[in-house]
Design a protein around this ligand. Structure first.
Ligand SMILES: Cc1ncc(COP(=O)(O)O)c(C=O)c1O
Length: 473
């Protein structure tokens, strides 16, 4: 260990140089990981008795570089996956070098201050009320957990119970109402919160999951004023559609319910005047969440939750011990989040926002909106593709539908094509089930993505589709 300090500079320089090369080739690299079997075999084995030293360990690590998925590049349209802007990337490296624990002010005034500023700027970016509280966390699942845990605390108080302190024993089930757009992570959050996945009642008027507002309103009326939680969805994963948030806010007001909005990526509609109306009313919710590692394009892992009454977060997530701080000059973020010790995610978030400003983010979101429209148009023009829905935001939902293939064979064909696309690896895109049909749902989220990437997606799908068809004939 005697030369460990010297190793730090060498390891950092080596990592910087290698990462630079990787990033320079990112636009051209296949998305598909290469040499996975070899990498898997190479990285196994018993725990070594003797260490190799830092640079040697990094060199060995880099022999598996190709086994990394090209998810930080421009042609990863699977899930909803952003990249890292230059400022976010640089700042995140610095965050590692500084290794701040953003749990508290005393532990990191820098991390805490930057978090407060970043949250304030995010509220400005999304036109959310300045007096809301909130915190950064690991992602939208954890942020949903925060918002729904605050809702659960509120619900308990309506029943005369401080759930954070006394738990839920003996209380009735928590009524949770949503549309068919509700994301699996909100259900996971409800499971973690002890509310339970099956507490959710969804009200949909069609197979796509679009909300049946009158039915949801009737269910609230039936509750007769008993407190309930409404989960509104800003951006569903299949199409990028929104629940009517203003109407949900009206209902929440009328029935004294809590409105939680999952805007993991859809909250970014607020950034562009072209689509801001989609999220109208989100500022009337009680809790609103979004991801940082999606459309903000900061590195994993990062999400954020805003809550109108942050005191509720503290009632769930605070901790107290003689050695822990009290009454710090800024919020003690470890008392507002599921994590206690935590990475100073604020460093990358602050730098990303500072580097691009409101205009930079508007420009990126609008470029992605344009790319989605271009993709939709390319789909519409292709005789063997069928668009299944409008593309209101950054997702285009369509399927491969060559002439003469009967309807009953299309789901199987698209599922197989989905596998072929991932095996080919020039682009990555996932399949889903939309209104009972197997479909593709590319999401455009990465700041690097350009027209040529979107065009390649269409070309690859059609090329592999016709090959698949020829094989199966
Ligand atoms: C609408 C929505 N909510 C929540 C999540 C969960 O996000 P994360 O994986 O960052 O926790 C996602 C992820 O795609 C999403 O699209």
């Amino acid at each position: 260990m005697s030369d460990a300090r010297d190793e730090t500079a060498a390891a950092a320089a080596f990592a910087y140089e290698q990462a630079g090369e990787y990033l320079a080739g990112l636009d051209e690299r296949p998305v598909l990981p290469q040499g996975v079997d070899e990498a898997v075999a190479r990285f196994g084995g018993p725990f070594p008795d003797e260490g190799s030293g830092a640079v040697a360990a990094l060199e060995e690590l880099l022999t598996g570089l190709d086994a990394a998925t090209g998810s930080s590049g421009p042609r990863f349209f699977h899930f909803v996956t952003g990249g890292a802007t230059p400022a976010a990337l640089g700042a995140d490296w610095l965050a590692t070098a500084l290794d701040q624990n953003a749990f508290s002010w005393v532990g990191s005034p820098l991390g805490t201050r930057l978090e407060t500023v970043a949250l304030d700027w995010l509220k400005e970016l999304f036109a959310l009320p300045a007096d809301w509280g909130g915190a950064l966390t690991t992602g939208a699942t954890a942020a949903n957990f925060m918002g729904l845990a605050a809702a659960r605390q509120w619900w308990g108080e309506r029943h005369g119970r401080d759930i954070g302190s006394e738990g839920m024993a003996g209380l009735p089930p928590v009524p949770v109402l949503s549309s068919g757009f509700i994301h699996a992570s909100a259900l996971k959050a409800l499971a973690m919160a002890g509310v339970g996945r099956s507490s959710v009642r969804t009200f949909s008027r069609d197979a796509a999951g679009r909300i049946d507002l009158p039915a949801l309103a009737a269910a609230l009326r039936e509750l007769g004023g008993a407190p309930a939680i409404i989960v509104g969805n800003a951006g569903d994963v299949n199409v990028g559609e929104f629940d009517p948030l203003a109407e949900l806010a009206d209902l929440a007001e009328e029935h004294g319910a809590w409105l939680h909005v999952d805007g993991a990526f859809g909250l970014f509609a607020r950034v562009s005047p072209r689509v801001e109306a989609l999220a109208e009313g989100v500022d009337r919710a009680h809790s609103v969440i979004a991801d940082g590692h999606k459309w903000l394009n900061v590195p994993y892992d990062c999400g954020f939750a805003f809550v109108r009454d942050p005191g509720l977060l503290a009632k769930v997530f605070s901790l107290a011990a003689a050695y822990l701080p009290e009454d710090e000059p800024e919020p003690t973020y470890g008392y507002l989040t599921p994590e206690s010790s935590q990475r100073a995610r604020s460093i990358a978030v602050w730098a990303a926002l500072r580097a691009w400003g409101r205009e930079g983010y508007r420009e990126m979101v609008e470029r992605h909106l344009d790319l989605a429209q271009r993709l939709a148009q390319r789909v519409d023009e292709a005789p063997d593709l069928e668009r299944l829905a409008d593309a209101p935001l950054n997702i285009v939902c369509f399927r491969y539908r060559p002439p003469d293939v009967p309807e009953e064979e299309l789901d199987g064909l698209n599922a197989r094509l989905g596998e072929d696309v991932l095996a080919d690896g020039r682009v990555y895109v996932g399949t889903t089930s939309f209104a009972g049909k197997t479909a593709f749902r590319p999401a455009i989220v990465n700041w690097r993505t350009q027209e040529s990437d979107v065009d390649l997606l269409v070309d690859v799908l059609r090329e592999l589709g016709s090959k698949l068809l020829a094989r199966t004939k």
